[in-house]
Ligand binder design. Structure first.
Ligand SMILES: NC(=O)c1ccc[n+]([C@@H]2O[C@H](COP(=O)([O-])OP(=O)(O)OC[C@H]3O[C@@H](n4cnc5c(N)ncnc54)[C@H](OP(=O)(O)O)[C@@H]3O)[C@@H](O)[C@H]2O)c1
Length: 319
């Protein structure tokens, strides 16, 4: 892709989007445009068409999504299904009609079957139904892959796809209603350390495992995928490191300076039993590997969150 390519990035004001704007700029792209849902609601077809007409992109990177942790996925399964499905379907169709030359979709590990053998290989993506708590979200996003392959076959539309594991890093969503596990644990541990609370309650049994990718590494992987992928087969982007929620909580408690007890709440769901991606396809096709050590990424994320808390104490509307 030429560095002057007009790129339209949906979801560019979000957590990953803000890092991806910086990664594209570092890579030399000078025409990157983005917008928020108030400018163009991508669940409405006329708005999608208007966004494409206004920006006249040559390439689209689609990140916009309704995203949340297990709690939000259980509370809003219909909304997550409907909005994510609609955004992808409408945007890719309108982009094709508008003559967009390249379309990259960002998918999710939540699309994998509940009991995929670990590490998850792209070939196993269709071997079963996803874990129930995130199936509506994961399946809605999985349709981007089907649409990409169908559009390439019928229209020669150059659509490519990556699948991301759970992300973490500065700028993440720390809202207790919708946050993922890492920001949720950081928030609880930092608050408990500050208040001197004796215990922190943690969802589930602690036995489930997860894999986490530092958001800057993810952004670099997406730039590589945008430049190098040549077909619509999915490519996993992950850190290839599995950790139990119990070990994760212990590590976050230590790094946050929380010295009290972790109390497990088995009435809350664990979600998918195990998660970890095989990233050999990404290494082969993109020459990409995650670089940030986990403790370093966590330390930076905790430091960022503490700064936000200090700033919001000075200026309460900030957080
Ligand atoms: N975070 C993770 O751990 C993770 C893991 C795997 C995959 N992903 C994927 O990565 C992408 C980015 O996730 P994220 O964590 O950065 O999410 P995020 O911070 O919630 O950002 C999502 C963005 O989507 C925009 N959006 C939502 N609904 C929209 C609508 N109807 N019209 C236009 N824009 C809309 C939002 O814009 P406004 O703020 O203006 O409403 C927001 O900026 C998503 O596709 C997600 O599925 C994320």
């Amino acid at each position: 892709m030429e560095r002057s390519t007009r790129i339209l990035l949906t979801g560019g004001h979000g957590f990953l989007g803000a890092h991806l704007v910086r990664a594209l700029t570092r890579a030399g792209y000078v025409n990157v445009a983005t917008f928020g849902s108030r400018d163009h609601d991508l669940t409405r077809e006329p708005e999608v068409a208007r966004a494409l007409a206004e920006h006249a992109p040559e390439a689209v990177i689609h990140l916009a999504a309704r995203v949340g942790g297990i709690g939000a996925n259980r509370k809003f399964p219909g909304t997550y299904f409907y909005e994510n499905l609609l955004m992808g379907v409408l945007l890719m169709e309108q982009a094709r009609r508008a003559g967009v030359r390249r379309f990259l979709s960002v998918g999710t590990i939540c699309s994998y079957p509940k009991f995929t053998p670990v590490p998850f290989r792209e070939e196993e993506l269709w071997d079963g139904y996803p874990e129930e708590t995130n199936a509506p979200y994961g399946l809605a996003k999985k349709m981007l892959l089907v649409q990409s392959q169908a559009y390439r076959q019928e229209f020669g539309f150059d659509a490519v796809n990556v699948l991301l594991v759970n992300l973490y890093g500065p700028g993440d969503n720390f809202d207790p209603e919708t946050s993922h596990v890492i920001p949720a644990l950081i928030r609880k541990c930092v608050e408990a350390a500050e208040s001197g609370a004796p215990a922190v309650s943690v969802w589930g049994s602690g036995s489930a495992t997860r894999e986490f990718l530092y958001v800057e590494d993810a952004a670099e992987g997406i730039v590589r995928a945008f430049e190098r992928l040549r077909d619509s087969e999915p490519v996993n982007l992950g850190a290839s490191r599995e950790i139990s929620i119990r070990d994760l909580a212990t590590q976050i408690a230590e790094l946050s300076g929380f010295r009290g007890r972790l109390e497990w709440d088995p009435t809350k769901p664990d979600g998918q039993p195990r998660r970890c991606l095989d990233t050999s396809r990404a290494e082969r096709l993109l020459g990409w590997r995650a670089r940030t050590p986990f403790d370093e990424g966590l330390t930076r994320t905790i430091a960022w969150y503490r700064e936000q808390r200090l700033a919001s104490a000075r200026e309460p509307s900030r957080i």
